[in-house]
Write a protein that binds this ligand. Sequence first.
Ligand code: ATP
Length: 237
Amino acid sequence: MSLLEVTHLSVDYGGVHALRDVSVKVPDKSVVSIIGANGAGKSTLLKTIVGLTRQSSGTVQLDGQDISRLKPHERLDRGIVLCPEGRRLFPDLTVNENIRIGAYRMRDSKKFRQRLEFLHDIFPRVAERGNQIASSLSGGEQQMVAIARALISQPRILMLDEPTLGLAPKLILEVAKLVQTINREGITVVMVEQNAKLALKISDYAFVLETGSVTLEGRSADLLLSDKVQNAYLGGE
Ligand code: ATP
């Protein structure tokens, strides 16, 4: 059984069909990428999985249980967390204060401190800048803080919306390595990326979304070699 399963999901914004009959399976401990052009519905898919957007039909299941009527904080309690596009940090708060916000459902302060120590091992640069105001950090550092904020709640599934957007090539590679490190810690990752090549290289399975529908899916290694993906998303390399 998949850890997360989206079945026949449709989302309408007024008259706009953002998603149509989308089905996606996410195996436990895998990295799954969702690729596709601007406006294909990738962010909508993630937002619907975490409960920020409501489906007009279809279901979201976690461990075989239907969670599609649960509120966002109830889904967070079950271990699904979203690191949104554009990072959405509180610019005037410090790095540590931003991370603390990710733990707002965590009552046990000892657990929080242990979790923070664990994250500081993974993100040494975030650890160094704990008392710095978030807006003074570089784009790459802010992305790391946003991921750390998502991970502080000890999720089972981390959903990353465009984690490499706007980052320099060196930092893109750092984020890619980070995704692999997080996954090795046993966290399942669902990643939306416009950088299709990178996404396919670091994921196990991938889904291609086009105007709200899944048009292709499979093992990422196979999709990397597919003519359709090569021509549409990898510039025919
Ligand atoms: P991008 O990479 O540009 O964020 P995306 O693949 O994530 O694109 P979505 O943001 O999910 O795509 O948008 C899918 C479609 O739904 C688009 O046509 C978009 O204009 C529309 N849409 C998204 N959010 C809303 C909203 N709140 N109200 C109305 N339409 C919306």
